[in-house]
Design a protein around this ligand. Structure first.
Ligand code: HEC
Length: 138
């Protein structure tokens, strides 16, 4: 199994949560966000259909700029619903997975994504999650 190469610290044998997250990522997210979380080319510019390509989930993207709650909601509900909540009409290429994945599965995928980040990036994102939780809006 190639799983865990380079991420050995976190994907220690027996960590079922991360293993399941990685497998679910490969199946559900990799087609757009890339097998090694690299995203699609030119992800910062909209394509001819006006939709944005899928951004990388590695540390070169902006996934880690968001607290866990935002990542969870975006994955569960999809881009269109999240933007509509903020009053924005947005044609998103990011589908919602609430109908096909359980909350726990989504948490496991996000745990896997986080486990691939370098230590300092993980700390910065954990800090944003703490600040978000302390603000008490979720
Ligand atoms: C059909 C292509 C597609 C698939 C499959 C897909 N995404 Fe996305 N995703 C996108 C696009 C495109 C965006 C860019 C934002 C937008 O247009 O809404 C995005 C944005 C996101 C974001 C918000 C941006 C960020 O970096 O924080 C998260 C989180 C995310 N995706 C997680 C996932 C997860 C987890 C999966 C698998 C369960 C997944 N995506 C599967 C296309 C996809």
């Amino acid at each position: 199994m190639v799983l865990g190469q380079g991420f050995a610290g976190d994907l220690a044998a027996g960590d079922l949560k991360l293993e399941e997250g990685a497998a679910l990522y490969a199946e559900n997210c990799a087609p757009c966000h890339g097998a090694v979380l690299e995203g699609q080319p030119d992800w910062r510019s909209p394509g001819p259909d006006g939709r944005f390509p899928a951004p990388p989930h590695d540390e070169t993207g902006h996934t880690w700029h968001h607290p866990d709650s935002v990542l969870f909601d975006y994955t569960k509900l999809g881009g269109k619903v999240i933007m509509a909540r903020q009053g924005l009409e947005f044609d998103s290429g990011m589908p919602g997975f609430g109908g096909s994945l359980t909350d726990q599965q989504i948490h496991n995928i996000l745990a896997y994504i986080r486990s691939t980040w370098p230590e300092e990036v993980r700390e910065m994102q954990a800090e944003r999650t703490r600040a978000d939780t302390e603000n008490g809006d979720r």
